[in-house]
Design a protein around this ligand. Sequence first.
Ligand code: GLU
Length: 292
Amino acid sequence: MVITRFAPSPTGPLHLGHAYSALLAWDMAREAGGTFVLRIEDIDQSRARQKWERQIYDDLHWLGLSWPEPVLRQSQNLNRYVCTLRTLWSYGLIYPCTCTRRDVIAASTAPQEGDFPPHGPDGLIYPGTCRGAKARAASGPMPRGVALRLDMEAAFDVLAARGPLQFTETGEGQARDVEITRDHALNDIGDVVLARRDMGTSYHLAVVIDDAAQGITHVTRGADLFDATAIHVILQRLLDLPTPVYHHHRLIRDEDGKRLAKRDDARAIATYRAAGETPDDIRRRVGLPVAR
Ligand code: GLU
């Protein structure tokens, strides 16, 4: 049974890029006789707005999409994320971090170099400043209201016994297996934040838990999230969760070749609707077949 999903954050209007992503997931499910699922990724309550959530439902219905109700809203799932963090804490795989972004930059950049510090899929690669306090912290209960980072090296020590770490990518041309090596994880990803201080969770943790909870078999999303997939597969393996097939699709760009941003109202689905375009016009605009 194929289950695909579209997982927007209600922080602005859906634009053509979102329409492409949602329609692709919808078409994929329909072709396989499967199910398309919608999930609202609203863990960032400082940016999420009811207004945008309503607009998401409205735009997607207008495009001809439907999904099982009730819709999973991540803001209502916070307990689940905390429980999973407690599991990782009990395994000794996460540690508290009190560094500010400025601390991370300062610790990453040698003064004489002045180079921009190395970046991974989660922003700056963490130099490990707080990792030393891990042993002290681990004896007590998991702290709240502080950032929690994955100890990538400890994670790989656990994963080493579990065979090669890989996922299937069907996005660009032929399906291929992508392997995630220890070197790549330590040098190019590092100790990512799994719980932000202000949220109690993170995109990476929430997406992994919810994809598994919703039984997602095929994750369809923009190519900009390809690099983050390694983090998701690592977490799935640590938590004994299944790894879906990943389909990272091309990004829809504007005339200047720039990817569309949430604030790009000119390409908001609502703008095309107001101008009298039809759902098939949107399909044509993003290069998807019409008349299904
Ligand atoms: N919520 C994310 C976004 O709106 C998408 C996450 C995903 O598809 O994994 O960009």
